[in-house]
Ligand binder design. Structure first.
Ligand code: ADP
Ligand code: MG
Length: 308
């Protein structure tokens, strides 16, 4: 009885004030006899106002995670909460409201983001029409968004008359139309050259800093980590490590960007040691831990070595 209570309490406390909380998220796809574990107990916390990148190789579970967070797909187990919405316990009506008002998406396939027969402005107005926003307000917000994203002079062009990078900037405006709490982007620069990709990043950054959206970008491109403050690496459907970049000023007043890598500790204290650390110290099966005043020491299991 006591155990249950304390477990419930620690579940509540995990990421209590975060905007996005993924707690031990599991998604298993079943195709005939074969099970694919796309997410294998993924933990993730994102604070309101952050702009982060989630980086992982192809097949590591990035799109699966975004499909879950977008409310399109339901996880097999674990917890997921965004802006107070519990993604495992939403009714169909909740799900629609959530997808319309709480999250915005820029999809990997550019064609999925925009309707080809509508102009840039009409594409941005469409989600506001669905949400019942009146015409003058729709027009005002469309101008504001396309202007902020550097597309103010091309509002009457159709997607086919825009470059790939311009289409992605319109897609960001569409995703932001109903003032979502979070903007998700799946490989937003995947099909673009690097200069155009930088423009799209500038647009995502302005969505974050000027328009106040929390931004989560998913990509296989490790170079993206130089564009954001925090990068979360996922491997085999699980968060493996984080890199946090900070600007530090030294005693001579010189500022430099310092990137520091962290391992991720889950709610119950589990930690994954990097493979190169394990192999260089021959750590396997079990290790010896010692609590020191300001750190924890980890040693290979000497008894085990003696037996060989
Ligand atoms: P990423 O976006 O990082 O490339 P995905 O999330 O698309 O990875 O895929 C993760 C794993 O789940 C892969 O092994 C993929 O083959 C599998 N997978 C993804 N979607 C499906 C699906 N609808 N049915 C079956 N397996 C899937
Ligand atoms: Mg993908």
């Amino acid at each position: 009885m006591t155990t249950t209570t304390s477990l419930q309490r620690s579940t509540q406390e995990y990421g209590a004030d975060a905007l996005i909380v993924c707690d031990n998220l599991v998604r298993i796809y079943q195709i005939e006899e074969i099970e694919v574990q796309a997410l294998q107990g993924l933990d993730l916390l994102v604070e309101r106002g952050e702009m982060i990148a989630i980086i992982g190789a192809s097949g590591s579970g990035k799109s699966t995670l975004l499909n879950v967070l977008s409310g399109l797909d339901v996880p097999t187990a674990g917890g997921a909460r965004i802006a107070g919405w519990d993604l495992l316990r939403m009714s169909a009506a909740d799900r629609l409201a959530y997808r319309r008002d709480v999250v915005g998406f820029v999809w990997q396939q550019t064609a999925r983001n925009l309707l080809p027969y509508l102009t840039a402005a009409e594409n941005v107005e469409l989600p506001m029409s669905f949400a019942g926003v009146k015409a003058p307000e729709r027009a005002r917000r469309t101008d504001e968004l396309l202007g902020a994203l550097g597309m103010g002079d091309k509002t009457n062009r159709r997607p086919g008359e825009l470059s790939g990078g311009e289409q992605q900037r319109v897609a960001i405006a569409v995703a932001l139309a109903n003032q979502p709490e979070v903007l998700f982007a799946d490989e937003p620069t995947g099909e673009l050259d690097s200069a155009t990709g930088d423009d799209v990043f500038a647009a995502l950054r302005s969505a974050n800093t000027d328009l106040g959206a929390t931004v989560v970008i998913v990509t296989h491109d490790a170079a993206v980590s130089s564009q954001v403050q925090r990068t979360v690496a996922i491997r085999d459907g699980r968060t493996a490590s984080e890199v946090v970049r900070r600007t530090e000023v030294d005693e001579h007043g010189e500022s430099s960007v310092v990137a520091r890598e962290y391992a991720v500790l889950d709610r119950v204290g589990r930690l994954q040691l990097p493979a190169d650390y394990r192999s260089s110290l021959g750590l396997r099966d079990r290790v010896r831990l010692e609590l020191e005043p300001d750190h924890i020491g980890i040693w290979a299991d000497d008894d085990e070595k003696g037996k060989k």
